[in-house]
Design a binder for this molecule. Structure first.
Ligand code: SF4
Length: 75
């Protein structure tokens, strides 16, 4: 099966989502609803919270469907 990895970029952080892994626990939706909202076509708005907040929420994803790549930001 081809991987349909989605990628959502914001300053300092990129969130990736693998829909083939997600178990639909809704942990992300409840934890940070401004960022994770499935009613939107591009459902992850990584810029709607700080990179640290987004990374902390992604770390709570029980399935590992969400991952982050952190990028150092210039001051
Ligand atoms: S927390 Fe992870 S497993 Fe749960 S709905 Fe979000 S992406 Fe899917």
């Amino acid at each position: 099966m081809p991987t349909r990895l989605q990628s959502y970029e914001a300053p300092g952080i990129t969130v990736t989502f693998d829909p083939t892994v997600c178990t639909h626990s809704a942990v992300c939706l409840r934890g940070l609803p401004a960022v994770f909202d499935v009613r939107r076509k591009r459902w992850i708005h990584a810029e709607a919270a700080s990179a640290d907040e987004v990374a902390a929420q992604v770390a709570r994803c029980p399935s590992g469907a969400l991952q982050v790549v952190r990028e150092p930001q210039a001051d």
